[in-house]
Design a protein around this ligand. Structure first.
Ligand SMILES: [Cu+2]
Length: 474
């Protein structure tokens, strides 16, 4: 417990890492041509979730999550990435419209940042809004790699559009830690079990499931509920909270007891119809921006709507000035999450020029093995049949014939949501969409970002075991 005492003092995290590992970091090689706008150092970090739980992972610049990077829309930046680990790494810029060589995936041909090496990237940030950066390395059966580590952080791209006055801006990343393999996955997080299930197969594959990845340790940013500083507010204040589900594992429902949240943006993109809600739902990789009016003095819990998960750390205390009660939780009404309510009322997305069908299936892995995930009948690589023509507007019809809700992400493009389980909408712009349990989601986009484009489930294990495909431009 010497470590716990050391971290109680105000030692820099880097010093702590040295104390813990006994290692010294090699001096960085001279940086090429001048100073970068941002430097990201990938290295071991410790995260003190609470006094009794300090974990060791890999992070950016000595912390996990990494620093909030603020960039200006359209203003080119140089990012210098130093990799102080023994693993080749990739930094992906989730939600940005940037070329494949800087997007940060091996599949698209972005170069790795070599182990103990460094690399410099230039990109033009955009579009404006809440984006994020994270490792895109494969993990496979190693739960200390890729998105299971602390390599994640917000990028806020400022477009000069003021969302109105607010008194505090908070960046809150939902996270799970210490992942493990499990044969019993409870799917309470799915939220979509009671939907219409238009894609439920008539003949089910009833083979025994393989191992999934679970967790029992959670945080918001780097603190478990009840440790760390509360969010301190005053009555009458207006907060903007930018949420990110940085989990590699699960979708999450979040509420702030005693308050409603006005959803103003999904995946960083302003929605046509903001909605006042008691809770919000985020698939792995998704962002939700909300405005909260602080109009109910007390001490409240903001956190997971599932008691066990909240009590295992996924929450933070919100404390009004002058209040001294115990933090309170109130279960919100359980209303299914519905993306379509944020769309332009009464309109539907214009009919695209071409439709691409994408069928998702699972081959159960059986005891002690892993499931295999198929897109159109095969696991990745799946790269020669999905060809885009520059300038064409496409509709992707994603048919989920599996008993799980999948947050599907397409790189380097933005989708306009067209339909979820038969409900039509328009004007909801996203980069990640949860395709419901045995459900269907249709999204439209214009092919205007030439180059290889990765499409995948944002649950790391699903992606690693087949659930991805490459689009290429003709
Ligand atoms: Cu998935």
């Amino acid at each position: 417990m010497a470590l716990a005492q050391a971290s109680g003092a105000c030692l820099p995290l880097e010093a702590l890492v040295h104390a813990q590992t006994g290692m010294t970091m090699p001096p960085p090689a001279p940086a090429p041509e001048g100073k970068a706008d941002y430097t990201l150092r990938i290295a071991p970090v410790t995260v003190e979730l609470d006094r009794s739980h300090i974990l060791s992972t890999i992070g950016y610049n000595g912390t996990a999550p990494g620093p909030v990077l603020r960039m200006r829309e359209g203003k080119p930046v140089t990012v210098h990435v130093i990799n102080d680990t023994d693993t080749p790494e990739l930094v992906h810029w989730h939600g940005m419209l940037i070329p494949p060589d800087v997007d940060g995936t091996a599949e698209e041909g972005s170069p790795f940042v070599p182990p103990r090496g460094q690399r410099r990237f230039q990109l033009t940030p955009g579009p404006a809004g809440s984006r994020w950066y994270h490792s895109h390395a494969m993990a496979m059966d190693d739960l200390h790699k890729g998105a299971y580590t602390g390599q994640f952080g917000f990028v806020y791209v400022d477009g000069g559009n003021d969302p109105g006055h607010f008194d505090q801006e908070l960046f809150l990343a939902l996270r799970d830690w210490d992942p493990f393999f499990t044969a019993t996955m409870d799917d309470e997080d799915d939220d979509t079990h009671n939907g219409p299930m238009p894609e439920k197969p008539t003949v089910m594959n009833t083979g025994p499931d393989g191992l999934e990845v679970g967790s029992m340790t959670y945080s918001i940013n780097d603190k478990a509920l009840g440790s760390g500083e509360p969010i301190r507010v005053r009555e009458g204040q207006r907060l903007i909270i930018r949420f990110l589900n940085a989990s590699a594992i699960e979708n999450r429902r979040i509420a702030l007891a005693g308050h409603k949240m006005k959803v103003i943006a999904l995946d960083g993109n302003p929605v046509p119809t903001p909605q006042m809600l008691d809770s919000i739902f985020l698939g792995a990789g998704e962002r939700v921006d909300v405005i909260v009016e602080m109009n109910n003095p007390g001490i409240w819990i903001l956190g997971s709507t599932e008691q066990t998960i909240r009590e295992s750390g996924l929450g933070v205390v919100v404390e009004y000035t002058g209040q001294h009660k115990q933090p309170q939780w109130i279960d919100p009404p359980r209303i299914p999450w519905d993306y379509t309510i944020f769309g332009s009322a009464g309109s539907s997305s214009p009919t695209p020029q071409q439709t691409i069908e994408l069928v998702f299936e699972k081959i159960p892995g059986g005891a002690g093995k892993f499931n295999l995930w198929l897109v159109n009948g095969k696991p990745y690589p799946n790269e020669d049949e999905l060809v885009l023509h520059q300038g064409t507007r496409y509709r992707l019809v994603m048919r989920n014939r599996t008993d799980d809700a999948h947050p599907m992400h397409m790189h380097r493009h933005l989708w306009e949501l067209a339909e979820i389980n038969g409900k039509k909408t328009a004007g909801v712009i996203k980069d990640t969409v949860i395709v419901p349990y045995y459900g269907r989601a249709s999204v439209d986009f214009t092919a205007n970002q030439p180059g290889l484009t990765l499409f995948h489930c944002h649950i790391q294990q699903h992606m690693d075991y087949g659930f991805k495909a490459l689009f290429r431009y003709a």
